[in-house]
Design a protein around this ligand. Structure first.
Ligand code: GUN
Ligand code: FE
Length: 450
């Protein structure tokens, strides 16, 4: 009886029940926002119960957090970023992908053999991610196990929900980033997966072949074994840059598209766990069909695609065909961690695509791009990205009164300005699974910095 009582108390303590009050806004559909001025958003057991104009009798006992006059939006999802590249973002932006990887990325990533260096750099990354509007993210680390576990520890204590990949590479990269054999990579990756599954609740391992050029056939076969044994999601890169695509053709003459180079190993969409491919700038025809058929997510990274002169991904066409799309910061191909910035970038590049490439491809509206950043990427994590019953309670509270204006604005207009300003210092609180994750101290710091 005594033990049973303890269990009940523990379960009760884990329940997240709260009501937040303010100006609520989320994507009802791909094109349409739902808006509730001065509304109440009810969180029961860490999930959205409802968004409503008055508090129903049933929930009158829940504590209320008053954010009157503040914007309340769903947490944003970063479907593709690289933690070890955060420290050099903004450098090498005159290069294209393969030169940039060799000149900046690989030398920087080889530093993560040094755990002190990794600790310092990963603290910068996690602090910034926590302070941003992102609540969930898919993250590449490096191949170094201790550094990757250190990153995962920091993410776990941040309160964010993430999937992290120890990066797999065994060819076409510097010696100090190359795993000595596919078998050694298998053993190291297996042990890292087991440690992380035991150690973390909100920080899950994800299978991460960097991209086809750096992964031998044998390594891909081993990664498939691990993916299947532990039922893990998969992340990688696809059809980002012309030079890269030509290289994959040379390396894999027997497959018809770059996507099939993953598909031949069973690493391009599986039945029960999702796969995401970053970029897909030049995906078309048979490859586009495989993305659709295998329900593979596209992580659209417009900032990175522009900086590295990769091109403009045909997102309107992907959406019209029913392909799943979310947004990614792709640090450090992208120079901003903010998914607000990725939203405005995705609208801007779609306008260029419409004007310069395909006049029958209307640009993304701001509402559509906001949808991609919330519901689009959110579905990778389950019921995430909306304030509808049963969705995970992930919310961001924004004090947009700090953006000066002379006229009163609608909630839609306030959201638009928040997106285009992309200023993390406007964020005053974040909830993930119903839990506040920004502490009073961090909050004070961010308020005094504006
Ligand atoms: N393709 C393989 N590795 C990378 C990377 O680190 N960044 C980008 N943008 N593309 C890649
Ligand atoms: Fe990337």
């Amino acid at each position: 009886m005594k033990n049973h009582g303890t269990l009940v108390i523990l379960i009760h303590m884990n329940k997240q029940n709260v009501i937040i009050h303010g100006d609520i806004c989320y994507s009802k559909t791909q094109k349409e926002l739902a808006v509730l001025e001065n509304g109440y958003l009810i969180c029961e057991n860490g999930k959205v119960a409802q968004a409503c104009p008055q508090i129903p009798e049933l929930y009158k006992s829940f504590p209320i957090e008053d954010y009157t006059g503040k914007l309340i939006i769903p947490g944003l999802i970063d479907l593709h970023t690289h933690a070890p590249q955060y420290a050099f973002r903004g450098l090498g932006m005159d290069m294209q992908l393969l030169d940039w990887l060799n000149s900046y990325t690989f030398p920087e990533e080889s530093e993560y053999i040094n755990l002190d260096y990794a600790d310092k750099a990963y603290s910068l990354f996690v602090d910034a991610l926590k302070q941003s509007a992102t609540t969930r993210a898919l993250i590449f680390a490096t191949l170094h196990t201790p550094a990757t576990l250190r990153l995962m520890e920091k993410l776990e204590s941040s309160g964010l929900v993430t999937m992290v990949g120890k990066v797999s590479m065994d060819r076409n990269c510097p010696d100090n980033l190359r795993q000595e054999s596919a078998d050694a990579a298998y053993k190291a990756t297996k042990s890292w997966i087991e440690t992380s599954l035991k150690s973390f609740k909100n920080t899950k391992p994800i299978i991460t072949p960097r991209f086809i050029p750096t992964c031998s056939d044998e390594l891909m076969q081993k990664l498939k074994l691990l993916q299947e044994s532990y039922s893990l999601a998969v992340q990688s890169h696809l059809s980002e840059n012309h030079g890269e695509i030509a290289w994959v053709k040379e390396l894999c003459p027997n497959v018809s598209t770059y996507a099939h180079a993953y598909e031949q190993f069973g690493l391009f969409g599986t039945d029960n766990v999702p796969t995401v491919m970053a970029h897909c700038v030049w995906s078309e025809g048979e490859e586009e069909q495989l993305i659709l058929d295998n329900k593979v997510y596209v992580a659209h990274c417009p900032g990175s695609n522009t900086h590295l002169s990769s091109g403009i991904a045909p997102i309107r066409r992907f959406l019209d065909r029913g392909i799943k799309v979310g947004l990614g910061s792709d640090i450090a191909g992208g120079s901003h961690l903010s998914i607000f910035k990725a939203i405005s970038d995705s609208v801007e590049v779609s306008k260029m695509y419409w004007r310069l490439v395909a006049q029958n491809s209307p640009p993304l509206s701001l509402n559509e791009a906001f949808y991609l950043a919330t519901v689009g990427g959110g579905s990778f994590f389950g019921k995430v990205g909306k304030f509808e019953p049963g969705y995970e309670f992930d919310a961001v509270i924004i004090d947009d009164s700090k953006i000066p204006t002379t006229n009163p604005l609608t909630i839609e207009e306030r959201l638009a300005r928040t997106i285009y300003y992309s200023d993390d210092s406007l964020i005053i609180q974040k909830y993930v699974n119903g839990k506040e994750i920004i502490s009073g101290k961090t909050l004070e710091r961010s308020m005094s910095s504006c």
